[in-house]
Ligand binder design. Structure first.
Ligand SMILES: [Zn+2]
Length: 164
């Protein structure tokens, strides 16, 4: 028996920058938000040459992605465009191609398969808002004790099994 499985890939902005480095067979997608971010003319041409299909993720997938990003603490550091890539991959049951560690981290959390053009994440991490003055993690963007602005900080690191 022979099955032809056409793989789907959703690319983020970092993947387009290094697209020349990789070669793969399958359908290539990205979101309107990423397309909007790409201003470089050569990359725009590449989008046409590779027949990249533009899509918008469903609201349900965006919501799910944001909820998962809250768990890892990545919501503070990921842009709407970044989140749209993950949400679209969820919709299309596609792989993600990205060199962005924050996106890769969320892929690990959500069990979305991903590939990199150059750099792959070595450890899975979690971020929490942190007050540098009080040296404590906080719930809000402003510390309720000293009033300083908190920032997302990596608080937990886990080893992962990288097969590629
Ligand atoms: Zn504080």
């Amino acid at each position: 028996m022979f099955y032809e499985i056409k793989m789907k890939f959703v690319l983020d902005a970092s993947a387009f920058i290094n697209l020349g480095e990789i070669d793969f067979v399958g359908e290539i997608f990205t979101t309107y938000a990423i397309d909007f971010e790409i201003r470089d003319f050569r990359t725009k041409l590449l989008l046409e040459a590779k027949k990249v299909q533009l899509r918008a993720p469903t609201k349900a997938s965006m919501k799910e992605t944001k909820e998962q990003a809250k768990i890892t603490g990545d919501l503070e550091v990921l842009s709407e465009a970044d989140l749209s890539v993950i949400a679209l991959a969820l919709d299309l049951k596609a792989n993600i191609v990205t060199d962005d560690f924050d996106i890769q981290n969320l892929c690990l959390q959500m069990n979305i398969p991903f590939f990199q053009t150059k750099t792959r994440i070595k450890k899975k991490f979690k971020r929490r808002l942190y007050c540098d003055k009080c040296k404590k993690t906080k719930k809000d963007k402003v510390c309720e004790v000293c009033g300083a602005e908190t920032r997302p900080k990596v608080v937990k690191v886990e080893n992962i099994n990288n097969s590629s």
